[in-house]
Design a protein around this ligand. Structure first.
Ligand SMILES: Cc1cc2nc3c(=O)[nH]c(=O)nc-3n(C[C@H](O)[C@H](O)[C@H](O)COP(=O)(O)O)c2cc1C
Length: 346
Protein backbone atom coordinates (compact mmCIF):
# COMPACT_ATOMS: atom_id res chain seq x y z
CA UNK A 1 0.00 0.00 0.00
CA UNK A 2 1.47 3.35 -1.04
CA UNK A 3 -0.04 5.77 1.47
CA UNK A 4 -1.17 5.13 5.04
CA UNK A 5 -4.92 5.22 5.49
CA UNK A 6 -6.16 8.00 7.71
CA UNK A 7 -9.25 7.37 9.83
CA UNK A 8 -11.44 10.24 10.95
CA UNK A 9 -14.09 10.17 13.64
CA UNK A 10 -17.27 11.73 12.25
CA UNK A 11 -18.91 14.67 13.99
CA UNK A 12 -22.07 13.48 15.73
CA UNK A 13 -24.15 16.03 17.55
CA UNK A 14 -24.76 15.00 21.17
CA UNK A 15 -22.46 11.98 20.90
CA UNK A 16 -18.87 12.65 19.83
CA UNK A 17 -18.14 15.69 21.93
CA UNK A 18 -14.90 16.10 23.85
CA UNK A 19 -15.77 13.68 26.65
CA UNK A 20 -16.40 10.89 24.15
CA UNK A 21 -13.35 11.83 22.06
CA UNK A 22 -11.03 11.72 25.05
CA UNK A 23 -12.32 8.37 26.33
CA UNK A 24 -12.16 6.92 22.84
CA UNK A 25 -8.62 8.19 22.39
CA UNK A 26 -7.52 6.77 25.74
CA UNK A 27 -9.07 3.33 25.36
CA UNK A 28 -8.95 2.61 21.66
CA UNK A 29 -5.92 4.46 20.36
CA UNK A 30 -8.08 7.03 18.69
CA UNK A 31 -8.55 8.45 15.23
CA UNK A 32 -6.16 10.44 13.06
CA UNK A 33 -8.57 13.34 13.06
CA UNK A 34 -11.67 14.28 15.03
CA UNK A 35 -14.43 16.59 13.83
CA UNK A 36 -16.47 18.37 16.45
CA UNK A 37 -20.24 18.31 16.25
CA UNK A 38 -21.36 21.51 14.55
CA UNK A 39 -21.02 24.97 16.04
CA UNK A 40 -23.97 27.11 15.01
CA UNK A 41 -23.77 30.15 17.28
CA UNK A 42 -21.98 33.30 16.23
CA UNK A 43 -21.09 33.77 19.85
CA UNK A 44 -20.03 30.29 20.97
CA UNK A 45 -22.31 28.76 23.58
CA UNK A 46 -20.78 27.35 26.77
CA UNK A 47 -21.18 23.83 25.36
CA UNK A 48 -19.58 24.77 22.03
CA UNK A 49 -16.71 26.50 23.79
CA UNK A 50 -16.12 23.56 26.13
CA UNK A 51 -15.97 21.27 23.14
CA UNK A 52 -13.18 23.18 21.37
CA UNK A 53 -11.04 24.33 24.32
CA UNK A 54 -7.49 23.12 23.66
CA UNK A 55 -7.19 21.81 27.24
CA UNK A 56 -10.18 19.54 26.54
CA UNK A 57 -8.59 18.17 23.38
CA UNK A 58 -4.97 17.57 24.32
CA UNK A 59 -3.07 15.15 22.10
CA UNK A 60 -5.84 14.94 19.50
CA UNK A 61 -6.04 16.43 16.04
CA UNK A 62 -9.38 18.24 16.20
CA UNK A 63 -11.17 20.15 13.45
CA UNK A 64 -14.09 22.31 14.60
CA UNK A 65 -17.14 22.21 12.38
CA UNK A 66 -19.32 25.22 11.56
CA UNK A 67 -22.96 25.16 10.48
CA UNK A 68 -24.27 28.34 8.88
CA UNK A 69 -25.32 29.80 5.54
CA UNK A 70 -24.15 33.32 6.37
CA UNK A 71 -20.62 34.14 5.39
CA UNK A 72 -20.20 36.81 8.07
CA UNK A 73 -21.22 34.32 10.77
CA UNK A 74 -18.84 31.70 9.41
CA UNK A 75 -15.95 34.16 9.40
CA UNK A 76 -16.81 35.44 12.85
CA UNK A 77 -16.83 31.89 14.30
CA UNK A 78 -13.64 30.99 12.42
CA UNK A 79 -11.88 34.11 13.83
CA UNK A 80 -12.94 33.10 17.30
CA UNK A 81 -11.64 29.57 16.71
CA UNK A 82 -8.31 30.92 15.49
CA UNK A 83 -7.87 32.53 18.92
CA UNK A 84 -7.81 29.01 20.34
CA UNK A 85 -5.10 27.94 17.93
CA UNK A 86 -7.15 26.23 15.22
CA UNK A 87 -5.80 26.46 11.67
CA UNK A 88 -8.56 24.55 9.84
CA UNK A 89 -12.35 24.60 10.14
CA UNK A 90 -14.93 22.37 8.53
CA UNK A 91 -18.14 23.53 6.85
CA UNK A 92 -21.24 21.38 7.41
CA UNK A 93 -23.18 20.87 4.17
CA UNK A 94 -24.51 17.48 5.16
CA UNK A 95 -26.83 17.75 8.14
CA UNK A 96 -30.28 16.44 7.07
CA UNK A 97 -32.18 17.34 10.24
CA UNK A 98 -35.45 19.18 9.51
CA UNK A 99 -34.78 22.07 11.88
CA UNK A 100 -31.44 22.72 10.18
CA UNK A 101 -32.46 22.23 6.55
CA UNK A 102 -35.70 24.23 6.88
CA UNK A 103 -33.46 27.27 7.28
CA UNK A 104 -31.32 26.25 4.29
CA UNK A 105 -28.38 25.23 6.40
CA UNK A 106 -26.46 21.92 6.38
CA UNK A 107 -27.62 19.75 3.47
CA UNK A 108 -30.47 22.27 3.03
CA UNK A 109 -27.94 24.78 1.64
CA UNK A 110 -27.40 22.42 -1.33
CA UNK A 111 -30.80 23.39 -2.70
CA UNK A 112 -29.49 26.93 -3.33
CA UNK A 113 -26.38 26.33 -5.46
CA UNK A 114 -25.99 29.96 -6.55
CA UNK A 115 -26.16 31.23 -2.99
CA UNK A 116 -23.83 28.47 -1.90
CA UNK A 117 -21.36 29.53 -4.57
CA UNK A 118 -21.48 33.15 -3.37
CA UNK A 119 -21.13 32.03 0.24
CA UNK A 120 -18.06 29.93 -0.62
CA UNK A 121 -16.58 32.81 -2.58
CA UNK A 122 -16.98 35.06 0.45
CA UNK A 123 -15.60 32.69 3.03
CA UNK A 124 -12.67 31.54 0.91
CA UNK A 125 -11.80 35.20 0.33
CA UNK A 126 -12.09 36.43 3.90
CA UNK A 127 -11.62 33.49 6.27
CA UNK A 128 -8.27 33.52 8.07
CA UNK A 129 -8.33 29.70 8.45
CA UNK A 130 -8.14 26.87 5.92
CA UNK A 131 -11.53 25.38 5.15
CA UNK A 132 -12.58 21.78 4.59
CA UNK A 133 -16.08 20.81 3.50
CA UNK A 134 -18.31 17.91 4.53
CA UNK A 135 -21.12 17.43 2.04
CA UNK A 136 -23.96 15.25 0.86
CA UNK A 137 -24.41 14.86 -2.90
CA UNK A 138 -27.65 16.78 -3.30
CA UNK A 139 -31.15 17.24 -2.02
CA UNK A 140 -33.58 15.31 -4.23
CA UNK A 141 -31.64 13.74 -7.05
CA UNK A 142 -28.14 12.47 -7.78
CA UNK A 143 -28.34 14.63 -10.92
CA UNK A 144 -27.55 17.64 -8.69
CA UNK A 145 -24.09 16.34 -7.81
CA UNK A 146 -22.25 17.30 -10.99
CA UNK A 147 -23.16 20.98 -10.60
CA UNK A 148 -22.22 20.92 -6.90
CA UNK A 149 -18.89 19.35 -7.69
CA UNK A 150 -18.22 22.09 -10.23
CA UNK A 151 -18.83 24.67 -7.50
CA UNK A 152 -16.45 22.94 -5.06
CA UNK A 153 -13.84 22.77 -7.85
CA UNK A 154 -13.62 26.56 -7.87
CA UNK A 155 -12.32 26.83 -4.31
CA UNK A 156 -9.17 25.70 -2.50
CA UNK A 157 -11.04 23.28 -0.28
CA UNK A 158 -8.60 21.79 2.23
CA UNK A 159 -10.32 18.42 1.95
CA UNK A 160 -13.69 17.38 0.62
CA UNK A 161 -15.48 14.87 2.82
CA UNK A 162 -18.29 13.21 0.91
CA UNK A 163 -21.19 11.32 2.49
CA UNK A 164 -22.71 10.16 -0.80
CA UNK A 165 -26.36 10.32 0.15
CA UNK A 166 -29.05 12.82 -0.74
CA UNK A 167 -30.72 14.99 1.86
CA UNK A 168 -33.97 13.16 1.17
CA UNK A 169 -32.27 9.82 1.98
CA UNK A 170 -31.61 10.91 5.52
CA UNK A 171 -29.81 7.69 6.64
CA UNK A 172 -31.85 5.33 4.44
CA UNK A 173 -30.77 3.65 1.22
CA UNK A 174 -27.15 2.97 0.37
CA UNK A 175 -24.36 5.46 -0.18
CA UNK A 176 -24.14 6.26 -3.91
CA UNK A 177 -20.70 5.02 -4.87
CA UNK A 178 -21.11 6.28 -8.45
CA UNK A 179 -21.37 9.79 -7.06
CA UNK A 180 -18.19 9.30 -5.05
CA UNK A 181 -16.50 7.83 -8.17
CA UNK A 182 -17.44 11.00 -10.10
CA UNK A 183 -15.63 13.11 -7.50
CA UNK A 184 -12.58 10.84 -7.65
CA UNK A 185 -12.51 11.11 -11.43
CA UNK A 186 -13.06 14.80 -11.93
CA UNK A 187 -12.09 16.42 -8.65
CA UNK A 188 -8.87 18.17 -7.77
CA UNK A 189 -9.46 18.03 -4.06
CA UNK A 190 -8.16 15.64 -1.48
CA UNK A 191 -11.17 13.39 -0.83
CA UNK A 192 -12.44 11.61 2.25
CA UNK A 193 -15.09 8.90 2.00
CA UNK A 194 -17.84 8.73 4.65
CA UNK A 195 -20.83 6.43 4.98
CA UNK A 196 -21.93 3.04 6.33
CA UNK A 197 -18.55 1.56 7.21
CA UNK A 198 -19.04 -0.77 10.14
CA UNK A 199 -17.09 -3.92 9.24
CA UNK A 200 -13.79 -4.78 7.62
CA UNK A 201 -15.82 -6.00 4.67
CA UNK A 202 -17.38 -2.55 4.19
CA UNK A 203 -13.93 -1.02 4.46
CA UNK A 204 -12.40 -3.51 2.02
CA UNK A 205 -15.09 -2.70 -0.52
CA UNK A 206 -14.30 1.02 -0.40
CA UNK A 207 -10.57 0.25 -0.61
CA UNK A 208 -11.13 -1.95 -3.64
CA UNK A 209 -13.34 0.54 -5.43
CA UNK A 210 -11.33 3.62 -4.51
CA UNK A 211 -7.74 2.58 -3.86
CA UNK A 212 -6.61 6.20 -4.31
CA UNK A 213 -8.83 7.42 -1.45
CA UNK A 214 -6.83 7.25 1.73
CA UNK A 215 -9.08 9.18 4.08
CA UNK A 216 -12.01 7.42 5.66
CA UNK A 217 -14.49 8.99 8.08
CA UNK A 218 -16.58 6.78 10.33
CA UNK A 219 -19.42 7.66 12.66
CA UNK A 220 -22.06 5.12 13.64
CA UNK A 221 -19.73 2.16 13.05
CA UNK A 222 -17.45 3.44 15.83
CA UNK A 223 -20.34 4.18 18.16
CA UNK A 224 -21.48 0.59 17.73
CA UNK A 225 -18.00 -0.88 17.97
CA UNK A 226 -15.40 1.53 19.39
CA UNK A 227 -12.63 -0.94 18.44
CA UNK A 228 -13.54 -0.61 14.76
CA UNK A 229 -10.86 1.86 13.67
CA UNK A 230 -8.15 -0.13 15.42
CA UNK A 231 -9.38 -3.29 13.72
CA UNK A 232 -9.49 -1.59 10.33
CA UNK A 233 -5.99 -0.21 10.77
CA UNK A 234 -4.77 -3.77 11.16
CA UNK A 235 -6.65 -4.78 8.01
CA UNK A 236 -5.22 -1.78 6.18
CA UNK A 237 -1.69 -2.80 7.15
CA UNK A 238 -1.98 -5.93 5.01
CA UNK A 239 -0.17 -5.44 1.67
CA UNK A 240 -3.10 -4.88 -0.73
CA UNK A 241 -6.84 -4.54 -0.73
CA UNK A 242 -8.42 -7.90 -1.63
CA UNK A 243 -9.18 -8.30 -5.31
CA UNK A 244 -12.80 -7.84 -6.40
CA UNK A 245 -15.07 -10.65 -5.32
CA UNK A 246 -12.63 -11.97 -2.73
CA UNK A 247 -13.34 -11.82 1.00
CA UNK A 248 -11.39 -9.17 2.88
CA UNK A 249 -8.01 -10.11 4.28
CA UNK A 250 -8.39 -11.52 7.80
CA UNK A 251 -7.81 -8.96 10.50
CA UNK A 252 -5.24 -9.63 13.16
CA UNK A 253 -7.71 -8.04 15.59
CA UNK A 254 -8.82 -11.63 16.01
CA UNK A 255 -5.78 -11.80 18.25
CA UNK A 256 -7.69 -9.72 20.83
CA UNK A 257 -9.88 -12.24 22.59
CA UNK A 258 -13.61 -11.65 22.96
CA UNK A 259 -13.41 -11.44 26.80
CA UNK A 260 -10.60 -8.87 26.45
CA UNK A 261 -12.75 -6.83 24.10
CA UNK A 262 -15.63 -7.00 26.53
CA UNK A 263 -13.40 -5.87 29.41
CA UNK A 264 -12.05 -3.05 27.32
CA UNK A 265 -15.53 -1.90 26.37
CA UNK A 266 -16.59 -1.99 30.00
CA UNK A 267 -13.60 0.13 31.01
CA UNK A 268 -14.36 2.59 28.19
CA UNK A 269 -18.02 2.77 29.23
CA UNK A 270 -17.18 3.35 32.90
CA UNK A 271 -14.65 6.03 32.03
CA UNK A 272 -17.20 7.78 29.84
CA UNK A 273 -19.85 7.61 32.55
CA UNK A 274 -17.48 8.98 35.17
CA UNK A 275 -16.42 11.89 32.99
CA UNK A 276 -19.97 12.79 31.97
CA UNK A 277 -20.90 12.79 35.64
CA UNK A 278 -18.01 15.17 36.24
CA UNK A 279 -18.99 17.69 33.57
CA UNK A 280 -22.75 17.49 33.04
CA UNK A 281 -25.01 19.08 35.57
CA UNK A 282 -27.04 16.44 37.37
CA UNK A 283 -27.32 12.68 37.04
CA UNK A 284 -30.29 12.96 34.70
CA UNK A 285 -28.29 14.65 31.94
CA UNK A 286 -25.65 11.94 32.22
CA UNK A 287 -28.37 9.31 32.09
CA UNK A 288 -29.78 10.77 28.85
CA UNK A 289 -26.32 10.95 27.32
CA UNK A 290 -25.55 7.35 28.14
CA UNK A 291 -28.95 6.14 26.95
CA UNK A 292 -28.39 7.82 23.59
CA UNK A 293 -25.07 6.04 23.26
CA UNK A 294 -26.71 2.69 23.89
CA UNK A 295 -28.87 3.15 20.78
CA UNK A 296 -25.61 2.34 18.98
CA UNK A 297 -23.51 0.42 21.49
CA UNK A 298 -26.34 -2.05 22.14
CA UNK A 299 -26.14 -3.28 18.54
CA UNK A 300 -22.72 -4.71 19.23
CA UNK A 301 -23.96 -7.37 21.70
CA UNK A 302 -25.28 -10.86 21.10
CA UNK A 303 -28.77 -10.64 22.63
CA UNK A 304 -29.12 -7.17 24.11
CA UNK A 305 -32.87 -6.57 23.81
CA UNK A 306 -34.07 -7.07 27.37
CA UNK A 307 -31.09 -5.14 28.77
CA UNK A 308 -31.56 -2.34 26.28
CA UNK A 309 -35.16 -2.09 27.33
CA UNK A 310 -34.09 -1.83 30.98
CA UNK A 311 -31.53 0.81 30.02
CA UNK A 312 -34.16 2.76 28.08
CA UNK A 313 -36.58 2.60 30.99
CA UNK A 314 -34.06 3.52 33.69
CA UNK A 315 -35.11 6.68 35.47
CA UNK A 316 -32.15 6.84 37.80
CA UNK A 317 -28.47 6.17 37.35
CA UNK A 318 -28.64 3.27 39.79
CA UNK A 319 -31.18 1.45 37.63
CA UNK A 320 -29.08 2.25 34.61
CA UNK A 321 -25.86 0.83 36.05
CA UNK A 322 -27.65 -2.33 37.21
CA UNK A 323 -28.98 -2.90 33.66
CA UNK A 324 -25.58 -2.21 32.09
CA UNK A 325 -23.78 -4.52 34.52
CA UNK A 326 -26.28 -7.30 33.80
CA UNK A 327 -25.72 -6.87 30.07
CA UNK A 328 -21.94 -7.01 30.42
CA UNK A 329 -22.23 -10.11 32.63
CA UNK A 330 -24.67 -12.03 30.45
CA UNK A 331 -23.88 -11.14 26.85
CA UNK A 332 -20.95 -11.23 24.49
CA UNK A 333 -19.68 -8.75 21.98
CA UNK A 334 -20.62 -9.68 18.43
CA UNK A 335 -17.55 -10.23 16.34
CA UNK A 336 -17.32 -10.22 12.57
CA UNK A 337 -16.84 -13.96 12.66
CA UNK A 338 -20.13 -14.43 14.51
CA UNK A 339 -23.31 -14.75 12.48
CA UNK A 340 -25.11 -11.76 13.98
CA UNK A 341 -22.76 -9.08 12.78
CA UNK A 342 -24.31 -8.31 9.42
CA UNK A 343 -27.89 -8.62 10.56
CA UNK A 344 -27.50 -6.09 13.35
CA UNK A 345 -28.30 -2.61 12.04
CA UNK A 346 -25.80 0.25 12.19
C1 LIG B 1 -26.95 11.42 15.78
C2 LIG B 1 -26.13 11.97 14.65
C3 LIG B 1 -25.55 13.23 14.77
C4 LIG B 1 -24.81 13.77 13.71
N1 LIG B 1 -24.23 15.02 13.85
C5 LIG B 1 -23.50 15.54 12.82
C6 LIG B 1 -22.86 16.81 12.93
O1 LIG B 1 -22.90 17.50 13.96
N2 LIG B 1 -22.15 17.26 11.85
C7 LIG B 1 -22.05 16.51 10.69
O2 LIG B 1 -21.39 16.96 9.74
N3 LIG B 1 -22.61 15.31 10.59
C8 LIG B 1 -23.33 14.80 11.61
N4 LIG B 1 -23.85 13.56 11.48
C9 LIG B 1 -23.54 12.75 10.28
C10 LIG B 1 -22.27 11.91 10.52
O3 LIG B 1 -21.15 12.75 10.73
C11 LIG B 1 -21.97 10.98 9.31
O4 LIG B 1 -21.82 11.79 8.16
C12 LIG B 1 -23.09 10.00 9.05
O5 LIG B 1 -23.51 9.35 10.26
C13 LIG B 1 -22.65 8.93 8.02
O6 LIG B 1 -21.50 8.26 8.47
P1 LIG B 1 -21.58 6.80 9.19
O7 LIG B 1 -22.38 5.91 8.25
O8 LIG B 1 -20.16 6.38 9.32
O9 LIG B 1 -22.29 7.00 10.46
C14 LIG B 1 -24.62 13.02 12.51
C15 LIG B 1 -25.19 11.75 12.41
C16 LIG B 1 -25.94 11.21 13.45
C17 LIG B 1 -26.55 9.84 13.28
Amino acid sequence: MNETIKFYLAPMEGLTGYVYRNAFHRHYGGADRYFTPFIANKKLSRRELDDILPEHNAGMNVIPQILTNRAEHFICIARELSRYGYAVVNLNLGCPSGTVTARNRGAGFLRLPEELDRFLDNIFTACPLRISVKTRIGVESAGEWEALLKIYEKYPVEELIIHPRLLKDYYQNKPDLNAFAAAVKTGRHSLCYNGDICTSEDFARIRREFPETVKIMIGRGVLKNPALIRQLRETADTPDPSPAGMPPAPSSSHATSAPDRLRQLRAFHDDLLEHYLGVLSGDRNTLFKMKELWCYLGNGFTAPEKYRKAIRKAEELRQYTIAVSALFRAEKIITEESAGYRTNPL
